[in-house]
Design a protein around this ligand. Structure first.
Ligand code: OXD
Ligand code: MN
Length: 600
């Protein structure tokens, strides 16, 4: 298809990339089902996709990647700001001019023998004043299909862009040109040279060498988080790695909750939760990203800029996330799951029994001795619109007003099941110290902490210390009575025997219910060093078999463990040097004071 715009900036850029990368032809994506099906057929013929059994999973596909290209590569992800201090201590930095030079060499001729696809996309509903338009130029048809599910794509976006509208240029090449006479491979990539570069000042993304997930679907982590977070700092809003859910109480009260959790902490499960407590309802607005800004009413409103879910498949089951399974019944691209003998998908955790005759994610006959059947980072890509529990207002241009923000990590000890921050500043402190703990089984040592502030460690497009300051400034210019309340949650606390104290999943609704009771002013709380925790009688435990002592332990804070926690937080904070806001150092001092009281 020929070009469908007269936007000269876009036309000039496409021409420039065509000359640099040297594809055989250029195809503009119109967002039609017809074009989607045509590309899918092409990928089936090339061996990249396999069509799944239509009787079991209509219009769905299975892909398996090169084993060297299976996840986001944080070590090769760069923030190329002019000053290194603007990237900060948590990001890899490269001088923008040096990076451009290096990558221009990589891109030179990199699309030979391939087609260059022009994918205009909108993060957020087309036409919403809060949406951001990007254009991804890619030589991967698999990326085109995935982007078409994850964002609004095609002519409508170009129409919105118009002649002079601005967009974020997102250049992507898998980095494996096809030489004349050479046969293509099902999953081209160049892992040794992979680079994912962000230029926050000029708002550009350049990605080379990987065809997988966040490295290649550039609207998600690259645009909607890294670039958007830098834009949000400049423009006074928040671009966050957060789910958004709609919670309706048995009384009919509606509250929208946003939540930031590091990877592997059940964010998608929480966003799609089926409450274990009667009368409560959870609906999904988004499972990964929230853009939040103040509305005219002074409240903080959140938009999910994505149109689909790119979720981790392993561990998803009838018990952990029944809504996800219902969402995945048709129109899905699965990547790196296992394949069943009758052309359906399977992954560890889906069923207790491993089916006979599996093909692994590597395309080999399954042998339990040689590792899992599905890659641990196997993914589903599916439209959010077909999720049965999607909130009807999920694409409302102005978003939804947020009542509460959750921060959670995986902590076997110390951090209570739930605690409420005393203030916005205290909440920012709690967000800044989010961490996940490695387990003894995996690492041979307990208590190995990885701090992941606001779950944004891999996704903040500028200096994380300045990001903390931006959060504090956001609260400072708000009407305090209208700010969301902030909560720290921890579903992963363990007892002395090493088993989880809290059942998690649907039972996490009990914690959400307590939060609503707090928001509605119905219940009191107990003061702890991390904020206010529930009075045990206020937690709804109907139908939950948990010992009162376990519940008490879950909500308690072992002040002795605070000693090493404070040292660890100090060490974490020290990495930000003079970019650390004084307020956070002050919050740490206050935590320490509680410690002194105990030692005295
Ligand atoms: C994701 C992630 O893929 O956070 O959402 O890694
Ligand atoms: Mn994520």
């Amino acid at each position: 298809m020929s070009q469908m715009t007269s936007n000269t900036r876009l036309l000039d850029w496409v021409e420039e990339v065509r000359e640099l990368c040297g594809p055989d032809d250029v195809v503009w994506c119109d967002g039609s089902q017809e074009q989607f099906d045509l590309l899918a057929d092409k990928l089936v013929a090339a061996g990249t996709l396999k069509k799944l059994n239509p009787a079991k999973r209509p219009n769905s596909y299975w892909a398996h990647s090169d084993p060297r290209d299976v996840a986001r590569v944080e070590s090769r992800t760069y923030i190329c700001s002019r000053l290194e201090s603007d990237a900060g201590p948590t990001n890899n930095w490269r001088n923008p001019e040096e990076m451009r030079k290096h990558m221009t060499e990589l891109y030179s001729g990199s699309m030979a023998g391939r087609t260059l696809y022009v994918v205009p996309f909108s993060m957020g509903p087309v036409g919403s004043p809060f949406s951001m338009i990007g254009v991804e130029l890619t030589d991967s048809p698999y990326v085109v299909l995935s982007m078409s599910i994850m964002a609004a794509v095609g002519q409508a976006v170009l129409d919105e862009l118009g002649d002079r509208g601005d967009f974020v240029p997102c250049l992507h090449s898998v980095g494996q040109p096809i030489k004349p006479g050479e046969q293509d491979v099902p999953w081209p990539c160049d892992p040794d040279e992979t680079v994912i570069a962000h230029f926050p000042e000029s708002r550009e993304i350049w990605s080379y060498g990987s065809g997988y997930g966040g490295n290649a679907l550039l609207g998600k982590k690259c645009l909607a988080l890294r670039i958007a977070s830098a834009v949000a700092r400049d423009e006074g809003w928040l671009a966050e790695h957060m789910l958004i859910l709609k919670l309706t109480s048995p009384r009919g009260e509606v509250h929208y909750v946003a939540g930031a959790f590091p990877s592997a902490c059940g964010k998608t499960n929480l966003a799609m939760l089926v409450p274990a407590v009667g009368g409560w309802k959870v609906e999904t607005v988004g499972d990964d990203i929230a853009w939040m800004r103040f509305g005219e009413d002074g409240r903080l409103w959140a938009v999910n800029p994505e149109a689909g879910f790119f979720g981790v498949a392993p561990g998803t089951s009838q018990r952990t996330n029944p809504n996800a399974l219902k969402t995945l019944t048709k129109n899905v691209i699965f990547t790196n799951t296992a394949l069943t003998h009758d052309d359906d998908v399977w992954w560890e955790g889906l069923t207790d029994e491993v089916p006979e005759g599996l093909t692994t994610w590597k395309g080999e006959a399954y042998d339990p001795a040689s590792g899992p059947a599905a890659h641990p980072n196997a993914r589903f890509t599916v439209s959010a619109a077909q999720a049965p529990q999607i909130a009807q207002e999920w694409q409302r241009p102005e978003g939804v007003p947020i009542s509460a923000i959750l921060f959670g990590g995986r902590r076997a000890s110390l951090i209570p099941l739930v605690s409420e921050a005393h203030s916005w500043e205290h909440g920012v402190f709690l967000g800044s110290i989010v961490a996940s703990e490695t387990t003894a089984a995996a690492e041979g040592s307990v208590g190995n902490l990885r701090r992941d502030p606001f779950a944004m460690l891999p996704f903040c497009g500028y200096n994380m210390g300045d990001y903390f300051a931006h959060w504090l400034a956001t609260g400072a210019r708000a009407d305090v009575s209208k700010l969301p309340r902030i909560y720290l949650v921890n579903w992963f606390r363990k007892g002395s025997d090493g088993s989880f104290l809290w059942p998690g999943f649907g039972d996490n609704a009990r914690v959400l219910a307590w939060i609503v009771d707090r928001l509605e002013g119905r219940v009191g709380a107990v003061e702890t060093p991390f904020g206010r925790t529930p009075k045990l009688a206020d937690l709804n435990t109907d139908g939950l078999s948990i010992e009162p002592s376990a519940l008490e332990e879950l909500c308690s804070v072992d002040r002795r463990l605070l000693v090493s926690e404070c040292e660890s937080i100090e060490e974490h904070f020290s990495t930000f040097g003079d970019h650390l806001p004084k307020e956070l150092a002050h919050q740490l001092d206050q935590l320490r004071e509680q410690l002194l009281e105990v030692v005295d």
